[in-house]
Design a binder for this molecule. Structure first.
Ligand code: NAI
Length: 333
């Protein structure tokens, strides 16, 4: 049966890249039907609601969401919609695969790292209190259950995808209680996976190793805020934010989105790279059992990247989003 997909079109470059992605999925004959909704800052200005009730209802029916990036005001205004969605639907596992593409020349041709980021708690949950005019508290909450399930998800993924090693990333030398507990749970869970190497790295040392020898890393698992930062670093290793997809999985719902934001600096210029959202859509196709279609799209993108003629400016080309989209569509014919 055709899978219905809820699509949130987002802010900034969101509408441009989600249009390109939906057209490519149609061109690849994905067996999906889109239910599209305008969400985010513009929708808020218009209706005072960030996400229309109809969009929530659609996601609750379909259980699968393809989401374009949404602008979050800095320092004031509404709470991040991304955080809201992840919490509301308990999308606890944020999976961010960064794989070097042979067609794109970077200093690191052998990167193949999958980051598992806990997605529901930590400082990232934004629990802050104004104590007085000059003092603010931000509370880092780490629970055993949330830590356990993200670590289990990372090991289960490693085993299912024939990965060799899982690295726990932490700062337990300073955050002795919360990161210490995360680390203890990591080694407890690791006992059930004797076929997979388990190691840990302090986050600062990990960052240094990542930019010196990223090929030594395989699957990484970490708390929310560390995952937010480290995964942008891994996108830099493979050629930039336009190339890093993600899945946000819970036990009942799944949301797929690019790691990058709404890129207001290039919004409306039709030069955004839709690849990260497209590869997120490919993760979605795999999730709904349409892996062959995902493979066809990956092959078409690889051919376009390999030719190097129709690339967006972030990949040192001069093509518009629509020209890049059409080049991929031509390979799917
Ligand atoms: P950003 O990721 O939007 O942009 C950072 C830089 O990367 C910019 O120079 C931008 O032009 C470039 N870039 C990003 N995506 C690109 C693409 N597909 N093609 C070509 N270039 C691309 O980060 P920034 O500027 O810090 O955030 C902008 C807004 O996005 C903020 O309101 C932020 O809160 C929000 N945001 C939303 C996310 C989401 O909806 N999942 C994730 C990250 C940020």
């Amino acid at each position: 049966m055709t899978q219905k997909i809820t699509v949130m079109l987002g802010d900034g470059i969101g509408p441009e890249i989600s249009d390109a992605v939906m057209r490519i999925l149609e061109g690849a004959h994905a067996d999906v039907a889109f239910e599209c909704f305008s969400v985010g800052a513009k929708e808020y200005e218009r209706t005072n609601a960030l996400i229309p009730e109809a969009a929530y209802a659609s996601f609750e029916r379909n259980r699968v969401l393809l989401k374009a990036p949404i602008t979050t005001p800095i320092g004031k205004g509404f709470r991040s919609l991304n955080v809201t969605l992840r919490k509301r639907y308990d999308l606890y596992a944020n999976i961010r695969p960064a794989k070097a593409n042979a067609a794109l020349k970077t200093p690191f041709p052998h990167v193949d790292i999958v980051t598992f980021r806990e997605n529901t708690e930590d400082l990232y949950a934004g629990v802050e209190h104004q104590i007085d005019a000059d003092t603010v508290h931000a509370i880092k909450i780490i629970t055993r259950s949330a830590s356990q399930r993200i670590i289990e998800a990372a090991f289960a993924y490693a085993r299912a995808h024939q990965r060799k090693k899982v690295t726990c990333v932490h700062k337990a030398n300073i955050m002795k209680l919360c990161d210490g507990m995360f680390l203890d749970i990591f080694y407890e869970v690791a006992k059930q996976y004797p076929d997979i190497i388990a190691e840990d790295k302090i986050i600062d040392a990990l960052c240094m190793r990542l930019v010196m020898n990223p090929a030594e890393f395989d699957v990484l698992v970490m708390e929310n805020l560390y995952g937010d930062i480290v995964s942008d670093l891994t996108s830099g290793l493979i050629g930039g934010l336009g190339l890093l997809p993600s899945a946000n999985l819970g036990d009942e719902y799944a949301m797929f989105e690019a790691v990058h934001g709404s890129a207001p600096d290039i919004a409306g210029k039709h030069i955004a790279n839709p690849t990260a959202l497209l590869w997120s859509a490919c993760m979605m196709l795999e999730y709904i059992g349409q892996s062959d279609c995902a493979k066809r799209i990956h092959r078409a993108v690889d051919q376009v990247l390999q030719e190097g003629i129709t690339l967006t400016p972030d990949l040192h080309g001069s093509a518009h989003t629509e020209e890049y989209r059409d080049a991929i569509l031509a390979k799917l014919l």
